[in-house]
Design a protein around this ligand. Sequence first.
Ligand code: NAD
Length: 435
Amino acid sequence: MVTTTENTTKHFDNIIVRINEAGRLLNLPDWKVEILSDFKLEWGGGILLYKDDGSKKTYKACRVWHRSPHTDKPHKGGDRYHPLVSVDMMRAHAIEMSIKLWLVGIQMGGSKGGIAVDPSTLSRPELKRLTEAYVDERIARNIIGPLLDVPAPDVGTNAQIMHWVRQRYAQRKRERGFEPFAGVVTGKPVGYGFDGIEGRTEATGYGVIAVLEHALKRFCGKVGKPRIAVMGYGNVGYYTVERAHARHFPVVAVSDVRGGVYNANGLDVAELNKCFREAKTVFGFPGGEAITSEELLTLEDVDVLIPAALEHVFTAKNAPNVHAKFVIEGANSPTTPEADRIFEDRGIIVVPDVCANAGGVTVSFFEWARNLNTGDPRVPMGDKKDVLAGMTRMLLASTDEMCANAEKYKTTLRNAAFVTAIDRFAPLFTAKHTA
Ligand code: NAD
């Protein structure tokens, strides 16, 4: 399940296979398929950190923009802080971001980037300075801005880091005599002067459960009481479990990087979260038996598996041993193409990442649109409840379209997601985009 260079290449190849397949199903001309596999920007370079002890260290940073037909709209995608971040890794992620945005009907191009660093090895002031160096580098290259490219949190980054991005951008732009915009970044903290949006933190996890309920209704005729296991207990995993619990679904197993816990009768989520807040891990929670993440994925009495950690969790090795009937991809790219084929043969329904975890980017879009006062009628202007209801509406409308296309084209939900997204915006590509 580790992200390696080999996995990165496989991930990219797999995305290109999906685009080719969508092109074939939609009868697109070759040049459109080629442009959909292309990039507008691939930047990678070193940024300098002045460490607390006075020494200096260079870190590799990058940002990639997928080719988008929306030339007058910005790009949008997460900033990841993780040791394996590279331009190669971010290419596939940037295309997936476009597919996710287009699937929910947002007219922006996908982007993704980050810094090859383990943030836990830095002090807080070092993390702030490194973030500022990353923003400076992007300002110098004119590749960040509310109408250019709008980052958001991803693995290893959070609302605090987004706030530093916004502060630095504002400070630098003011120095150059421009008005700073809050909309330069999303996933900011909420509250006066911070300009974040209520509901962003919960959005991805709550969206995962909304999509799950919709899929259960569609494929089983009713929601029932699905037994759920969640791998990963960060932003996505935590709120997925919170929402599942609120809907009275038994959460029988959870895990994080240290290990997991299983209880056949359903975990006591309130107690689990109490322990998690203190220990910062679900491993060792006394309300169940200890299991590994690998064991969680192959539990026998589970209806729904929700991977919410890193990529390539399901492989040819463990996919034959999965007992769940549904996989709802909270994480990005948790299923390898080999595992996908095995799931398809075994009749296991996989709701793909570009649909299942699109709640986060949808609310990020609301935040950006509110910051810029765009007047888009889809953007809820009320409180958290209103925001999450607006997100759910957009997410479920695209889930319906994806399912309808899966039936129409007799294909998997993953292929159908690409078809739905590309069909919506590929007509906007004209010959001028090839210039
Ligand atoms: P996070 O950093 O907050 O949490 C990651 C979690 O995964 C942590 O609990 C960590 O302990 C766990 N983990 C890491 N390695 C593991 C392993 N080997 N086994 C089990 N658990 C492991 O990240 P996040 O924001 O929750 O994102 C998780 C995934 O969801 C990523 O793929 C991310 O790209 C994707 N995603 C996130 C959002 C969002 O809004 N945060 C939106 C869409 C997609």
